[in-house]
Design a protein. Structure first.
Length: 176
């Protein structure tokens, strides 16, 4: 057997092993927002990825036990706000359960795009869309989101990105 291969077992990995392994998969830091009849809500996420560009679609994962979950499932719209390195405090605030939804939205500037979900002013990108499917898997919902609007930062002046890796924030230097 190769030095890189080890004997596999047929039992499922533990939650701790899963979290340890996935903590080493860098993820862009986003604040996901919604607005509509159910009200405003938002949370910090790194579980966002592209699905296809025709039609432009992303997926967003959210814990079903989250207080904000009901807002997203009732509003059926969301905006993925991609954060820059200078917005780490905003990420921490939207991840803090002790900060009310009202306080989260009062501390920064917002605009509305096609769906009406709050789009963060000054984000690297705003991906505004409609939830077209929801798949519940384990503790989470996977929202499949068709995009209706995209705003990106001025290409001539894009600040460094913010990623989450090994349970810490890191600045993604463009020159790297």
């Amino acid at each position: 057997m190769s030095a890189c291969l080890s004997q596999t077992t047929h039992s499922l990995p533990s939650a701790a092993d899963f979290r340890a392994g996935l903590s080493l998969l860098p993820g862009g830091v986003t604040v996901i927002t919604t607005g509509g009849e159910a009200g405003l809500a938002g949370f910090t996420a790194s579980a966002v990825c592209s699905v296809t560009d025709a039609p432009p679609t992303v997926l967003v994962c959210m814990n079903r036990s989250s207080f904000a979950h009901r807002f997203f499932t009732r509003n059926q719209v969301l905006c993925v706000n991609v954060l820059s390195a200078g917005q780490q405090a905003l990420s921490a605030m939207f991840a803090n359960r002790e900060v009310s939804m009202e306080q989260r939205f009062e501390r920064c500037g917002w605009r509305r795009l096609a769906t009406g979900a709050p789009a963060l002013e000054g984000a690297l990108a705003n991906l505004d869309g409609v939830i077209v499917a929801t798949h519940d898997i384990g503790t989470h919902s996977v929202f499949i989101v068709e995009l209706r609007g995209i705003v990106v930062a001025d290409a001539s002046n894009v600040p460094p990105g913010l990623v989450y890796f090994n349970r810490n924030y890191h600045v993604l230097d463009q020159a790297a």
